[in-house]
Write a protein that binds this ligand. Structure first.
Ligand SMILES: [Zn+2]
Length: 176
Protein backbone atom coordinates (compact mmCIF):
# COMPACT_ATOMS: atom_id res chain seq x y z
CA UNK A 1 0.00 0.00 0.00
CA UNK A 2 2.79 2.41 0.90
CA UNK A 3 5.32 1.38 -1.72
CA UNK A 4 4.86 4.33 -4.07
CA UNK A 5 3.03 7.55 -3.51
CA UNK A 6 3.45 11.27 -3.84
CA UNK A 7 2.31 14.23 -1.79
CA UNK A 8 1.45 17.42 -3.66
CA UNK A 9 0.90 20.88 -2.28
CA UNK A 10 0.67 24.22 -4.03
CA UNK A 11 0.05 27.93 -3.56
CA UNK A 12 -2.18 29.84 -5.96
CA UNK A 13 -2.31 33.27 -7.56
CA UNK A 14 -5.38 34.92 -9.04
CA UNK A 15 -5.59 35.21 -12.81
CA UNK A 16 -8.16 35.62 -15.52
CA UNK A 17 -7.32 32.15 -16.79
CA UNK A 18 -9.09 29.36 -14.86
CA UNK A 19 -9.62 31.87 -12.06
CA UNK A 20 -6.44 30.84 -10.28
CA UNK A 21 -3.15 29.34 -11.36
CA UNK A 22 -0.48 27.41 -9.48
CA UNK A 23 2.38 29.65 -8.38
CA UNK A 24 4.41 27.35 -6.13
CA UNK A 25 4.25 23.59 -6.66
CA UNK A 26 5.89 21.04 -4.36
CA UNK A 27 5.95 17.31 -5.08
CA UNK A 28 7.23 14.80 -2.56
CA UNK A 29 7.79 11.45 -4.24
CA UNK A 30 8.22 8.34 -2.17
CA UNK A 31 9.10 4.90 -3.45
CA UNK A 32 10.18 1.91 -1.42
CA UNK A 33 13.16 1.30 -3.70
CA UNK A 34 14.42 4.88 -4.18
CA UNK A 35 13.32 6.56 -0.97
CA UNK A 36 12.08 10.10 -0.87
CA UNK A 37 12.75 13.16 -2.98
CA UNK A 38 11.05 16.53 -2.95
CA UNK A 39 10.95 19.03 -5.79
CA UNK A 40 9.63 22.55 -5.63
CA UNK A 41 8.84 24.80 -8.61
CA UNK A 42 7.93 28.44 -8.93
CA UNK A 43 5.63 28.77 -11.92
CA UNK A 44 5.58 31.78 -14.22
CA UNK A 45 2.14 33.26 -14.92
CA UNK A 46 0.33 32.19 -18.12
CA UNK A 47 1.81 34.12 -21.04
CA UNK A 48 -1.50 35.70 -22.01
CA UNK A 49 -2.53 36.58 -18.46
CA UNK A 50 -4.40 39.84 -18.08
CA UNK A 51 -5.06 41.03 -14.56
CA UNK A 52 -7.90 43.35 -13.66
CA UNK A 53 -7.39 45.80 -10.79
CA UNK A 54 -9.42 43.46 -8.63
CA UNK A 55 -7.18 40.48 -9.54
CA UNK A 56 -4.10 42.53 -8.78
CA UNK A 57 -5.55 43.57 -5.44
CA UNK A 58 -6.25 39.91 -4.66
CA UNK A 59 -2.67 38.94 -5.58
CA UNK A 60 -1.21 41.72 -3.47
CA UNK A 61 -3.22 40.40 -0.56
CA UNK A 62 -1.99 36.83 -1.13
CA UNK A 63 1.60 38.02 -1.43
CA UNK A 64 1.51 40.12 1.71
CA UNK A 65 -0.56 37.87 3.94
CA UNK A 66 -0.60 34.28 2.70
CA UNK A 67 2.27 32.97 0.60
CA UNK A 68 4.72 35.84 0.13
CA UNK A 69 5.10 35.15 -3.62
CA UNK A 70 4.82 37.72 -6.38
CA UNK A 71 2.37 36.93 -9.18
CA UNK A 72 4.99 37.69 -11.86
CA UNK A 73 7.79 35.61 -10.28
CA UNK A 74 8.71 32.18 -11.62
CA UNK A 75 11.43 29.90 -12.97
CA UNK A 76 9.29 27.31 -14.76
CA UNK A 77 7.01 27.98 -17.71
CA UNK A 78 3.29 27.75 -17.05
CA UNK A 79 2.95 25.32 -19.97
CA UNK A 80 5.14 22.76 -18.18
CA UNK A 81 2.67 22.35 -15.32
CA UNK A 82 0.70 19.47 -16.86
CA UNK A 83 3.90 17.48 -17.33
CA UNK A 84 5.01 18.13 -13.77
CA UNK A 85 1.67 16.98 -12.42
CA UNK A 86 1.38 13.83 -14.52
CA UNK A 87 2.02 10.79 -12.29
CA UNK A 88 5.37 9.08 -12.94
CA UNK A 89 5.48 5.43 -13.85
CA UNK A 90 4.55 3.34 -10.85
CA UNK A 91 3.15 6.17 -8.74
CA UNK A 92 0.08 4.68 -7.24
CA UNK A 93 -1.52 7.55 -5.42
CA UNK A 94 -1.39 11.31 -5.03
CA UNK A 95 -2.12 12.75 -1.60
CA UNK A 96 -3.19 16.36 -1.02
CA UNK A 97 -4.60 18.15 1.99
CA UNK A 98 -7.92 19.89 1.43
CA UNK A 99 -10.97 19.33 -0.74
CA UNK A 100 -10.34 22.52 -2.73
CA UNK A 101 -6.83 21.43 -3.66
CA UNK A 102 -8.03 18.01 -4.63
CA UNK A 103 -10.79 19.46 -6.81
CA UNK A 104 -8.41 21.94 -8.40
CA UNK A 105 -6.08 19.13 -9.50
CA UNK A 106 -8.95 16.91 -10.61
CA UNK A 107 -10.60 19.65 -12.64
CA UNK A 108 -7.54 21.03 -14.40
CA UNK A 109 -4.98 18.22 -14.60
CA UNK A 110 -4.66 14.51 -15.13
CA UNK A 111 -3.07 13.70 -11.81
CA UNK A 112 -4.19 10.09 -11.31
CA UNK A 113 -5.93 8.92 -8.14
CA UNK A 114 -6.03 11.75 -5.62
CA UNK A 115 -6.72 11.25 -1.94
CA UNK A 116 -7.69 14.18 0.24
CA UNK A 117 -5.84 13.52 3.49
CA UNK A 118 -8.07 15.78 5.51
CA UNK A 119 -11.14 13.92 6.67
CA UNK A 120 -9.35 12.06 9.43
CA UNK A 121 -6.87 14.76 10.26
CA UNK A 122 -8.49 18.15 10.08
CA UNK A 123 -5.81 20.23 11.78
CA UNK A 124 -5.03 23.13 9.46
CA UNK A 125 -1.57 23.11 7.90
CA UNK A 126 -0.59 26.48 9.28
CA UNK A 127 -0.94 25.27 12.87
CA UNK A 128 2.06 23.03 12.34
CA UNK A 129 3.95 25.58 10.32
CA UNK A 130 5.95 27.14 13.10
CA UNK A 131 7.05 23.81 14.50
CA UNK A 132 8.44 22.46 11.23
CA UNK A 133 11.84 23.93 10.56
CA UNK A 134 12.13 23.48 6.79
CA UNK A 135 11.40 25.90 3.98
CA UNK A 136 12.19 26.11 0.30
CA UNK A 137 14.55 28.55 -1.45
CA UNK A 138 11.56 30.65 -2.53
CA UNK A 139 10.59 31.08 1.12
CA UNK A 140 14.05 31.71 2.45
CA UNK A 141 13.63 34.47 5.03
CA UNK A 142 9.82 34.30 4.70
CA UNK A 143 9.15 31.83 7.47
CA UNK A 144 5.71 33.09 8.40
CA UNK A 145 4.23 32.49 4.96
CA UNK A 146 2.58 29.37 3.55
CA UNK A 147 5.17 27.22 1.77
CA UNK A 148 4.07 24.26 -0.38
CA UNK A 149 7.43 22.55 0.21
CA UNK A 150 7.02 22.77 3.97
CA UNK A 151 3.40 21.61 3.73
CA UNK A 152 4.51 18.35 2.05
CA UNK A 153 6.62 17.49 5.09
CA UNK A 154 3.80 18.39 7.48
CA UNK A 155 1.43 16.12 5.54
CA UNK A 156 4.02 13.31 5.53
CA UNK A 157 4.42 13.61 9.30
CA UNK A 158 0.69 13.41 9.88
CA UNK A 159 0.50 10.37 7.56
CA UNK A 160 3.18 8.59 9.55
CA UNK A 161 1.43 9.48 12.80
CA UNK A 162 -1.87 8.04 11.56
CA UNK A 163 -0.69 5.20 9.36
CA UNK A 164 -3.63 2.92 10.08
CA UNK A 165 -6.29 5.54 9.38
CA UNK A 166 -4.50 6.45 6.19
CA UNK A 167 -4.43 2.83 5.00
CA UNK A 168 -8.17 2.65 5.56
CA UNK A 169 -8.86 5.81 3.58
CA UNK A 170 -6.66 4.59 0.75
CA UNK A 171 -8.65 1.35 0.67
CA UNK A 172 -11.90 3.30 0.52
CA UNK A 173 -10.60 5.63 -2.19
CA UNK A 174 -9.25 2.92 -4.46
CA UNK A 175 -12.12 0.46 -4.16
CA UNK A 176 -14.65 2.99 -5.51
ZN1 LIG B 1 8.08 27.45 -0.46
Amino acid sequence: MFENFRIIDFQLCKSDYNGFFIKELAILNYSKSDGMNVSVYLIEPPEDMILTRKDQYHNNYLERNIHGLNVYSGTVLYNNLSDLLKPNDGVYLTIVKGKEKRNFLKNHYKAGIILNWDDENSQPLNEDRDRMNVHCTYHDGKKNFSCAFKHCFIILNSMIAAKEELENSIKRETSM
